[in-house]
Design a protein around this ligand. Structure first.
Ligand code: PLP
Length: 431
């Protein structure tokens, strides 16, 4: 970005609490904050919660959604599968359209099932099809550990060496962000050895939102399958998964989708694979044709679309929590959320820059199109003690070794005043 553009961008914001208050007053989404439980300190004061990138807050409505299922279970027992207010047999279908809207996909491309790393493995069962000459996998160098462990174990599972078979897309020396030219160069050199590109859609550490379409196009040009882990993207940025052309994607629902610790995960399989019965996959009775599922003793007949990757009947209590959250997303819409998000994170960036501290560096991309709400703040010469001070001061953020504080002002429930107070507290701690 040109220096003048930067100035213009910065000049939209002002210092001082009055500006934050005014922004909150003008923010049409500010009413949603009250729909969430905001954690409090021992004196009953609301904490500044900036870790929706790790665990989203609980909607106040979640309890009643779960209670509905508990009551139906108490009153109906097994009949709840068909007679519950929200019958359990098709319960996952109640989530599909909203989830598809959030990740920019068609309903046939999306299903909620299992957990994130499990889904990643199930996707690789179908889409990682190595041969003796084309078997390597590319991930970004700073991929989330679970993704790295998962792809390494897939390499070993197929009889390959996990060191030799794994190619890391690294940031350049002295830089934090991965560079597309470097990925292109890897593909030029190794393209015909690579079976799968598996990238975190928004990197968990830097907050870099990758150009999914560009990566997919590049991978497909070289004959590779392309998948994304969108744990840090779903509910945070506009993923446009269908248009990206990606073969598959997986994400969790406990971060920006506010569905509770360890909740179920999402899975996307591009429409072009929806009716491909030749794709190898692990199956169970929930991947079988709904019409004949309960006739039992039938030859396996796979469901079309992402649903055809389900295995088991799903945990309804966890799905009820997802439904509570998705119903809020339905009202707000991902477009409005990302609009506010850009403003809120831009304001956060502005205040951090105004601190003028040489010890602070934001490693997240400066371009709002290349990030979601998270800013990763590198603090030079600091250790976790600094983060502990911030926590004591009432800011819930997270620390990632060696020197990064990750903060995510979530547009659904965080305010401009949250951001203002966070930076004020950081200033004190730094001094
Ligand atoms: C990017 C990413 N991938 C994978 C995981 C692991 O998720 P799970 O434990 O739900 O499998 C996480 C968890 O935070 C994550 O952030």
């Amino acid at each position: 970005m040109l220096e003048t553009e930067k100035q213009i961008k910065l000049s939209n914001y002002q210092l001082g609490i009055d500006f934050a208050k005014q922004q909150d007053q003008e923010d049409e989404l500010s009413v949603y904050r009250n729909q969430f439980h905001i954690p409090k300190d021992a004196n009953g004061n609301e904490l500044i919660y900036l870790t929706g990138n790790s665990l989203g807050l609980q909607p106040k409505s979640t309890k009643s959604y779960i209670n509905q299922e508990l009551e139906d279970w108490a009153n109906l027992g097994v009949e709840g599968h068909t007679e519950a207010k929200n019958p359990w047999l098709p319960y996952h279908e109640f989530l599909t359209e909203s989830m598809a809207e959030i990740v920019g996909a068609k309903p046939i491309e999306v299903v909620v099932m299992n957990t994130l790393t499990a889904n990643l493995h199930f996707m690789m069962v179908s889409f990682y099809k190595p041969t003796q000459t084309r078997y390597k996998i590319i991930i970004e160098a700073d991929a989330f550990p679970s993704d790295k462990y998962a792809v390494e174990s897939q390499l070993r599972h197929h009889g390959f060496d996990d060191k030799e078979g794994l190619i890391l897309w690294k940031a350049r020396e002295g830089e934090e962000l991965a560079n597309y030219e470097d990925l292109e160069a890897i593909m030029e050199t190794h393209g015909n050895e690579i079976a799968l590109i598996m990238i975190g859609g928004v990197n968990y550490y830097t907050g870099q939102f990758f150009d999914l379409k560009r990566i997919t196009k590049l991978g497909h040009k070289h004959g590779c399958v392309v998948g994304f882990d969108c744990a840090h993207g779903a509910g945070n940025v506009e993923l446009n998964l269908h248009d990206s052309g990606a073969d598959f994607a997986v994400w969790c629902t406990y971060k920006y989708l506010n569905s509770g610790p360890g909740s179920l995960a999402g899975c996307f399989v591009h429409e072009r694979h929806a009716y491909d019965k030749t794709l190898n996959r692990f199956t169970g009775w929930w991947s079988h044709n709904k019409q004949t599922r309960f006739n039992m003793r039938h030859e396996f007949d796979v469901l079309p679309g992402a649903e055809g990757w389900q295995l088991s009947n799903p945990p309804i209590l966890s799905m009820a929590a997802i439904k509570a959250s998705l119903d809020i997303f339905n009202k707000v819409g991902i477009k409005k959320l990302t609009e506010k998000s850009k403003k809120l994170t831009g304001y956060f960036e502005f205040l951090l820059q105004q601190l003028g501290s040489e010890n602070i560096k934001i490693i997240t991309p400066n371009n709002p199109e290349e990030r979601g709400c998270q800013l990763s703040i590198q603090v030079k010469n600091a250790d976790k003690a600094l983060h502990d001070e911030l926590t004591k001061a009432g800011v819930i953020s997270d620390w990632r070794e060696p020197d990064v504080i990750r903060c995510a002002p979530v547009p659904l429930y965080n305010s401009f005043q949250d951001v203002y107070h966070m930076v004020e507290k950081l200033k004190k701690v730094l001094n």
